[in-house]
Every structure is written in C-alpha cells, then in structure tokens.
Design a protein around this ligand. Structure first.
Ligand code: PGA
Length: 260
C-alpha cells in the first residue's frame, strides 16, 4: 500500500503576518518540483489570510490549528453567539483545507477531550475540511508501559462513528508528548512500533484496506537531521512539525527527506 507522505507545519502561536508571508515566500521556491510529498502550513488565525494569498498558485496547502464546534438541532452551527470562536465554514471561507485537532497542547491547556475531538472531526467533514487528529502518550504513561493502551483509547474516541470513507481522508499525527518541543525525538523504532499499533487499531475498527489508506504522521522534535530515518519507517507517512517548521530551509529539508 503506498501512501503519499504528508508533512505539515504546526506554527502554534508564532509568526506575525509579515513573518508568515516572508516564510511562505522563502518556502515556495525551495519546494518547487516536489510532487511526491504533500506539504501544508498551519498558521495562526490572524495570519491565515496573508498566508492564503502568498500560497496562491502553489501546491502547499493551508491548515488551521483548531475549530469550534457546536451542535444545534442536529447540525453544526456555523455562526452564532460564541465569542472568540471560529466555525468550520469560516475556515473554509479562509481557504483552509486541513485542521489540526486534539493537539496535546490543546488537551493539556484547554481541556480538549477525545469526545470533543470526535465532534470536531464530524464538523470538519460537514464542511469538507480534513482533520489531522493528534494522539500521543505522556512520559509517565510511557514509563508505565501504557503507550499502546492510551493511544488506542484516543483513536477509538476520536474516530467513534466516523465512517470508513471519511476515516480514509483523515490524517493521524502520533506525537509522544515527551518529544514535543523538547529536542528529544522518539527513535525510529519507537515511533514505528506505535504507528503500527495505531494501524492495527484502525484495522480492527474498520478493515485492513481502510487502515492501510490512512496516513499517520510522526510529530515531536522532527528536524532535518532525523527526518529521513523516521520517514523511512514503513508506517510513518510524514510529519507534523513544530519548531523546525518556522525556518523555511529546515521545513523544506524535512519535506525533501520524504521524497522516495
Ligand atoms: P515540535 O512540535 O516539532 O516543536 O516538537 C511538534 C508539534 O507539537 O506538532
């Protein structure tokens, strides 16, 4: 089963609009001619417009880092009295095609739950947005050898009731919490083991063909120096890149490491 690698930059709460535009303008020529790896950048909400304009005509896709979901009368509200929030329809209107959901920082600081992510996945599909669903264990959970169990609960919760044809369109990012922004990367074997486990959970929820179609990114201190060996693993289909996505050369080098 061949899955096209997908590398996305999670800019988190970084980059003013002018910095964002500059980064994208540096990135575009570096990625010219690279067709075998999908690439996306996920800026802050305030930079989305600038980045969308800068990306016009390029194959680099645009993502957002969160979405607000409210179910009302059996549908997802796309507007209303929810101060400070943005709906799926608004993101689509801003040229977004991907949305990062359930990042561990959102789980840790903003109380995001698997059930909440599940509702957000559904609301993304209602507006033809595609989710990047993040899962991963803490260091304490890994030390207690709970990694597989923790990740399985997250996957089952986030994908509950999502039909196979939509699940195939989702991307999963396996991001061990202890590796995010710490400079401490999972070894290729550690990451591969969890990716293979995630794929087996998906096979038991759906079927093998569906599990084989879903792209699973690795995230957590991925950088030019370690990208190639991570991306060479059979179940690692790309990366969700934080720190290293803020420099055009580094982000481009990671994407190039995914070219087969
Ligand atoms: P990092 O972040 O690459 O800075 O570790 C990854 C992420 O949080 O998505």
């Amino acid at each position: 089963m061949s899955r096209k690698p997908f590398v996305a930059g999670n800019w988190k709460m970084n980059m003013l609009r002018s910095d964002a535009e500059k980064l994208v303008n540096e990135l575009k020529p570096l990625l010219e001619g690279i067709d075998s790896v999908d690439a996306a950048v996920c800026p802050t909400f305030t930079a989305l417009g600038k980045v969308a304009d800068a990306l016009a005509g390029s194959k680099i896709m645009l993502g957002a880092q969160n979405i607000h979901t409210v179910e009302k009368d059996g549908a997802f509200a796309q507007n209303g009295a929810y101060t400070g929030e943005l709906s799926a329809e608004m993101l689509k209107d801003a040229c977004v095609s991907w949305v990062i959901l359930g990042h561990s920082e959102r789980r840790q600081y903003f109380g995001e739950t698997d059930a909440g992510v599940n509702a957000k996945v559904k609301s993304c599909f209602a507006q033809s947005l595609k989710p990047i669903v993040c899962v991963g264990e803490t260091l304490a959970e890994r030390d207690l050898e709970q990694t597989n169990a923790v990740v399985e609960v997250q996957i089952r919760g986030c994908f509950a009731g999502i039909p196979a044809d939509q699940a195939k369109e989702c991307v999963i990012a396996y991001e061990p919490v202890w590796a995010i922004g710490t400079g401490r990367t999972a070894t290729p074997q550690q990451a591969q083991d969890v990716h293979a486990h995630i794929r087996s959970v998906l096979a038991s929820m759906y079927d093998k063909a569906t599990a084989d179609a879903i792209r699973i990114q690795y995230g957590g201190s991925m950088k030019p120096g370690n990208a190639a060996e991570l991306l060479a693993q059979p179940d690692i289909d790309g990366g969700l890149i934080g720190g290293a996505s803020l420099k055009a050369e580094d982000f481009a080098a990671i994407i190039k490491a995914g070219v087969k």
